[in-house]
Design a binder for this molecule. Structure first.
Ligand code: PMP
Length: 443
C-alpha cells in the first residue's frame, strides 16, 4: 500500500508486466527517429546505462542513417511525395492542423466530404465513413454494430483494436484458429445450434471478423471460402484491410481484388490510411444503409474530433495517384514495384534458410527467431549495420514465437534490398535463427 493505506497507482504486478516484459521486448520501437519515415530514416543513437527497464537510454546526440524496414510505408507515400506533399502543405495553410470539433458539430469540412466520396469510389461501394484514427475505427464500430445477444467469431490473430472493440460491445465472442476455415465452420454450426437451445432464440446477429493481411503473420485471409460460409450460415462479414488496401491487387484495391471477391460480398469493409496512403485515420465502407447508420451511431461523430484536414488531403492525393488520375503512371508503377520487392525479398530469405511466414505478394515479411532472448542482439546487430527493423515478441506474439517483422516498400530499390538480404543472412547465421543452419549445426 502507498501513503496512508491508499494503494499505489501502479501496482507491482502492472509494473512487472509492462516494464520487465513489454518494454524490453519491443526495445527497437523505443528509439526515436529524427527524419520522415521514407525508404531511409535517421535513428537517434542511445546509450544504455543503468537498469534498461527503468531508465530511458541516454541520447548520444548522434543519429544513424538506416534503411527503413520497419514502417508501414508500403507505397512510399509517407514522406516528400512530389504530388501529395504540396497539396498537404496547401491544405495545412488553408485549414490548419485540426478541425477542433467533431464531425457532427463543426468538424466536417468539404475536404472530408470529398475524401469519403473518393474512398467509397475507390473501394467500389456505396458510401464510406472516415474516423480520425485507425484503432478507433475498429474499437468504436464493432460496439456500434454488435451488443449483448450478438455473436462475434474472431480470428485468433486479429488486431488488438478488434479485440478491444469486441470486448467493449458486450457481444459473445468465439475465437477461431488462425485462418482455419474448417474451425470457423465448426463454430458457426455449433453456435447456431447452441444459440437456439440456450436462449430459445437465434443470435441477434453473427459477425465474422477477419483481416486482409495479418500484421504479425504476413498471411492473407482465405476470403472466398469465408464469404461462402457467411452466406451459408446467414452471418455478416467484417474485413479489416489495414495492411492490404493499397498494397494488394493489380490496382491496389486490396484482398477482394487479389482474390476475385466482390466488395459487395463483404458487409463491412474497414481499413486504415496509415499504411499504403501515408496518412492517418481509418474508414468503414459498404452499403449506404450501413454507413449512414454507423455515422449516426458511432461515438466518433459526436465525441471525437474529426480527422486533421491535411491528413484528409493526403488520402485524396494518394488515391488520385494510385488510380492514375494525376495523369501519370506512378500509381501502377508503385504497386508493381511493391509486389516485385516483396516477392524478391521473401523468396531470397527463404532460399537462404530462414523460416519466413506469410504469402507471396504480401509486403509484411516476418522472419522467425522464436526465442525472445535473441531480440536485443538481433536488434543491436541490425542497427549497427544500418538496418532499422522491428523485432516483436511477447505480448504481441506468443512467448516462443518472436520474430523480426519486416515491412517492404515500393520506395526501396532492388540494390538496397539485396544489401539488406546479405546483412540479415550474416546476422541470421551469427544468431542461429536459420532453421537450415541450425539443422546442419545439429548434425
Ligand atoms: N487494424 C490492424 C489490422 C492494424 O494492424 C492496425 C495498426 N497497425 C490497426 C487496425 C490500427 O490502425 P492505426 O495504426 O491506423 O490506428
Amino acid at each position: 500500500a502507498g501513503k496512508g493505506g491508499v494503494p499505489p497507482i501502479v501496482s507491482d504486478s502492472q509494473d512487472f508486466y509492462t516494464r520487465r516484459l513489454y518494454m524490453r521486448i519491443v526495445d527497437i520501437f523505443n528509439r526515436p527517429i529524427t527524419s520522415a519515415p521514407g525508404a531511409w530514416i535517421d535513428v537517434a543513437e542511445r546509450r544504455r546505462e543503468g537498469d534498461p527497464c527503468r531508465e530511458h537510454p541516454t541520447p548520444t546526440g548522434r543519429t544513424r542513417r538506416c534503411l527503413n524496414l520497419g514502417s508501414y510505408n508500403y507505397l512510399g507515400f509517407a514522406a516528400n511525395d512530389a504530388y501529395c506533399t504540396p497539396k498537404v502543405v496547401e491544405e495545412l495553410r488553408r485549414s490548419g492542423a485540426s478541425t477542433c470539433s467533431p464531425g457532427a458539430d463543426a468538424g466536417r469540412t468539404e475536404g472530408h466530404v470529398e475524401m469519403e466520396q473518393v474512398v467509397a469510389g475507390f473501394l467500389g461501394v456505396e458510401k464510406a465513413f472516415v474516423y480520425g484514427m485507425g484503432f478507433a475505427t475498429n474499437a468504436f464500430t464493432i460496439p456500434t454494430l454488435c451488443s449483448k445477444g450478438c455473436l462475434v467469431l474472431s480470428d485468433e490473430m486479429n488486431h488488438k483494436s478488434i479485440v478491444d472493440g469486441v470486448k467493449l460491445s458486450g457481444a459473445s465472442v468465439k475465437v477461431f484458429r488462425h485462418n482455419d476455415v474448417r474451425h470457423l465452420e465448426y463454430l458457426l454450426r455449433k453456435s447456431i445450434v447452441e444459440g437456439q437451445s440456450r436462449t430459445g432464440r437465434q443470435w441477434r446477429k453473427i459477425l465474422i471478423v477477419v483481416e486482409g493481411i495479418y500484421s504479425m503473420e504476413g498471411e492473407m485471409v482465405r476470403l472466398s471460402e469465408i464469404v461462402r460460409l457467411k452466406k451459408k450460415y446467414g452471418a455478416y462479414l467484417y474485413l479489416d484491410e489495414a495492411h492490404s488496401i493499397g498494397a494488394l491487387g493489380a490496382t491496389g484495391r486490396g484482398v477482394c481484388e487479389q482474390q476475385g471477391v466482390s466488395p459487395r460480398d463483404v458487409d463491412v469493409m474497414m481499413g486504415t490510411f496509415t499504411k499504403s496512403f501515408g496518412s492517418c485515420g481509418g474508414y468503414i465502407a459498404g452499403s449506404a444503409a450501413l454507413v449512414d447508420y454507423v455515422r449516426a451511431a458511432s461515438p466518433a461523430s459526436y465525441h471525437a474530433t474529426a480527422m486533421s484536414p491535411p491528413a484528409a488531403r493526403q488520402i485524396v492525393a494518394s488515391l488520385t495517384v494510385i488510380s492514375g488520375r494525376d495523369g501519370s503512371d506512378r500509381g501502377g508503377e508503385k504497386l508493381a514495384r511493391l509486389r516485385q520487392n516483396a516477392n524478391y525479398f521473401r523468396a531470397e530469405l527463404m532460399r537462404r534458410g530462414f523460416h519466413v511466414l506469410g504469402d507471396m505478394d504480401s509486403p509484411v515479411v516476418p522472419i522467425m527467431c522464436y526465442y525472445a532472448a535473441k531480440i536485443p542482439a538481433l536488434s543491436r546487430m541490425c542497427l549497427e549495420r544500418n538496418l532499422a527493423v522491428v523485432l516483436v515478441g511477447f505480448p504481441a506474439t506468443a512467448l516462443c514465437l518472436s520474430r523480426m517483422r519486416i515491412c517492404i516498400s515500393a520506395s526501396h530499390t532492388r540494390e538496397e534490398l539485396e544489401n539488406a538480404v546479405e546483412i540479415i543472412d550474416e546476422i541470421g547465421d551469427r544468431c542461429m535463427i536459420k532453421y537450415i543452419g541450425e539443422r546442419k549445426a545439429a548434425r
